[in-house]
Design a protein around this ligand. Structure first.
Ligand code: AMP
Ligand code: GLY
Length: 416
């Protein structure tokens, strides 16, 4: 079996690793992939999706797995183009991927299907947004893909105004509306669901840590670490999430004729009134994938291949007992900017943890150096949360590069 994975970050490195460890031993390709993933997959260098589809046809690729979100809504949509070419794709069609690409689309979907979420207003100007803010803190969300940077939780009017200027005056994220949302409180949890038409399979839940600094301080990032375990949420909570969120979401997709085959990520806040959706993503989480996928046993490649063809088969995989912890090492300046070219040392010294490459490249000497905001994901498993955490941090401590940033409270905060 030949499988091509789209994307180039730590999530895709983790997906490629899980596929490569599958008993069905698929031959792997990555578009565009990274220098580190080249050890597992042949990198495909083509200029656009049309060429990618042509490559997949020529190479007789059996399955395309969508890693990152951007391709899902580009041109006619990766999944739509795969379907037209007769290539099974694990990732939803463009019209369904609006659940992630447009926050307004997602909010209207949630409201229409009575799925619990924060109250909201959709605004077209700074003035309209200011009038819609009912109090502080408030949450402002740009209505489009913004690489995790289009959301601001604003404690006061000054910060709200500054973000509104970025959106409407500087147009930092391009054209688009803005959602003003009520601020919810409670711990967050990421629920991953394999959705295959009207069937679904809930995977291992995870929690990510979005703020740059310890104790959830500083600006939001793409994610500074994650923790995953079957024990992260009690069975009664998982049942409530399934009944109140997952089932109505899958039924809503069917009612709205939004065809969906792929991972669906429900980002939830566990409020005192119950779980509420803060966002949908139409792909696996990053860095949650780096924590969850090492916990998968069975044939992940067969699982994705069958599901992409309409045969969701949960029995093909299972999730290990215990805990998995992922610590992200980020580069200087992140998340406002990122510094490339800082040489990384110590990678070979990491033995009891796995290292997934999020943003690295090999320099002329063959050494890895920083190439992006999130640089590496150091991941370890353990019987207990603390065991996994200690192993992950022990691994992370061996890796060095100038300007390195990481949190010290991954898998600790929100538990103790
Ligand atoms: P999103 O991209 O919509 O997931 O938002 C990014 C982050 O902003 C979330 O993970 C939360 O930490 C925070 N956030 C988003 N919406 C809300 C909300 N309504 N109330 C509180 N925090 C939120
Ligand atoms: N962990 C957040 C995301 O994947 O969007």
């Amino acid at each position: 079996m030949k499988i091509l994975v789209t994307g180039k970050g730590g999530r895709e490195h983790a997906i490629l690793t899980a596929l490569s460890e599958s008993p069905s031993k698929p031959q792997l390709f990555a578009y565009p992939g990274s220098d580190a993933s080249a050890a597992l997959a042949t990198r495909v260098d083509v200029p656009n999706l049309t060429e990618l589809i042509a490559f997949m046809k020529r190479e007789a690729i059996d399955l395309c797995v969508a890693g990152e979100e951007a391709w899902l809504v580009k041109d006619e949509g990766l999944a739509n183009m795969c379907e037209n070419a007769g290539i099974p794709c694990w990732g939803p069609r463009k019209e369904s991927a609006q659940l992630e690409a447009s926050k307004a689309f997602a909010k209207h979907f949630l409201k229409r299907h009575a799925i619990p979420t924060a109250d909201f207003a959709e605004c077209q100007s700074k003035e309209e947004a200011l009038a819609a803010i009912k109090g502080y803190p408030t949450v402002l969300k740009f209505d489009g893909l913004a690489a995790g940077k289009g959301v601001a939780v604003c404690p006061n009017a000054e910060e709200a105004e500054a973000f509104l200027d970025e959106v409407f005056t500087k147009r930092l994220f391009g054209p688009g509306n803005l959602i003003v949302e009520t601020c919810l409180t409670g711990p967050e949890i990421s629920i991953f669901v394999s959705v295959c038409d009207d069937q679904y399979h809930i995977l291992m839940p995870a929690r990510d840590y979005k703020r740059i600094r310890d104790n959830d301080q500083g600006p939001n990032t793409g994610g500074m670490g994650a923790v995953a375990s079957r024990d992260l949420a009690e069975p009664s909570l998982m049942q409530r999430i399934e009944a109140e969120i997952v089932q109505p979401t899958v039924q809503g997709l069917i009612k709205d004729s939004l065809r969906y085959r792929g991972f669906l990520y429900c980002g939830l806040i566990l409020t005192p009134d119950g779980p509420k959706v803060i966002e949908y993503n139409c792909r696996f989480g990053d860095p949650e994938a780096e924590a969850v996928l090492p916990m998968v046993s069975g044939d992940f490649a067969e699982y994705c291949f069958a599901a992409a063809q309409g045969r969701l088969t949960p029995e093909l995989i299972s999730f290990k007992e215990g805990w998995s912890v992922c610590v992200i090492l980020a580069s200087a300046g992140y998340p406002a900017s990122s510094r490339n070219g800082d040489v990384i040392s110590g990678l070979d010294a990491v033995t009891a943890a796995k290292v997934f490459h999020c943003g690295t490249r090999q320099n002329a000497a063959g050494d890895y150096e920083t190439n992006g905001g999130r640089v590496l994901a150091v991941v370890a498993q353990g019987t207990t949360r603390n065991e996994a955490r200690d192993q992950a941090y022990a691994g992370a401590a061996k890796v060095k590069f100038d300007g390195q940033q990481s949190r010290t409270d991954i898998a600790k905060m929100h538990f103790e």
